[in-house]
Ligand binder design. Structure first.
Ligand SMILES: CC(C)(COP(=O)(O)OP(=O)(O)OC[C@H]1O[C@@H](n2cnc3c(N)ncnc32)[C@H](O)[C@@H]1OP(=O)(O)O)[C@@H](O)C(=O)NCCC(=O)NCCS
Length: 187
């Protein structure tokens, strides 16, 4: 994985640093009804899943860290994991996630996007997706970003600029899928 990138806004942080991810928090979020696409899986499997993905963690910063980082600190200005160790305080709280399954060269599959309910409707979900877009769209050999969402859901069209894939067009490409044991969707 490439060097972690960080974005700051007010008391919040989006970071691609694997060391900040909190599998217990993500595992807990997977139990929520609003994560309707995910079956709750144990923390050990969540940890493995996160380790093998490019994750954009969304964090609420403790005020001690914020006062040093600054509310509008530019990307990569602070080594946050080191700062937390230095301060000896509890770290940032993970309040959201956008997970990308990727080779970091040609293909990116976006999934498991959430912001905890108590933090929704503050623009954080939009910001999280903007961070994903800024990061991924600069890969010079990227062929596709892909995701699965309801055709009624305009969130990703609005925020990420994705378009539904035109299926069944004569001589055009199609996407083929097969459900696995973990699928929560019925045929
Ligand atoms: C979708 C989600 C990440 C948005 O996070 P948020 O921090 O509330 O987002 P914002 O405050 O930036 O609002 C973003 C926009 O998304 C819309 N929105 C909120 N929840 C939404 C949802 N579940 N589906 C689609 N759009 C949604 C808002 O109305 C808002 O629209 P606007 O920009 O036109 O005003 C958050 O609602 C969430 O985690 N929902 C539960 C999990 C989920 O549905 N994930 C996405 C799977 S498709």
């Amino acid at each position: 994985m490439s060097t972690p990138t960080e974005w700051y806004r007010d008391q919040y942080l989006v970071s691609t640093s694997p060391s900040l991810l909190q599998p217990a928090a993500v595992s807990e979020a997977f139990k929520s009804d609003s994560m309707y696409w995910a079956k709750p899986i144990g923390e050990a499997l969540v940890k493995k899943m996160l380790e093998k993905s490019l994750c954009f963690g969304l964090y609420e910063l403790p005020s001690s860290t914020l006062s040093i980082a600054g509310p509008q600190a530019p990307a990569q200005s602070v080594d946050l994991p080191l700062l937390i160790v230095f301060l000896g305080k509890s770290g940032p709280r993970q309040i959201g996630l956008a997970r990308i399954i990727t080779d970091e060269v040609t293909f990116a599959y976006l999934t498991d996007v959430y912001v905890l309910e108590e933090f929704q409707k503050k623009g954080l979900g939009t910001w999280l997706i903007e961070c994903v877009e800024v990061h991924v769209m600069k890969w010079p050999d990227l062929r596709q970003i892909m995701l699965i969402a309801s055709h009624k859901n305009k969130f990703y069209e609005d925020k990420l600029g994705v378009k539904p894939f035109p299926q069944g067009v004569d001589n055009g490409p199609s996407i083929f899928t097969r459900k696995g044991l973990g699928s929560v969707f019925l045929d």
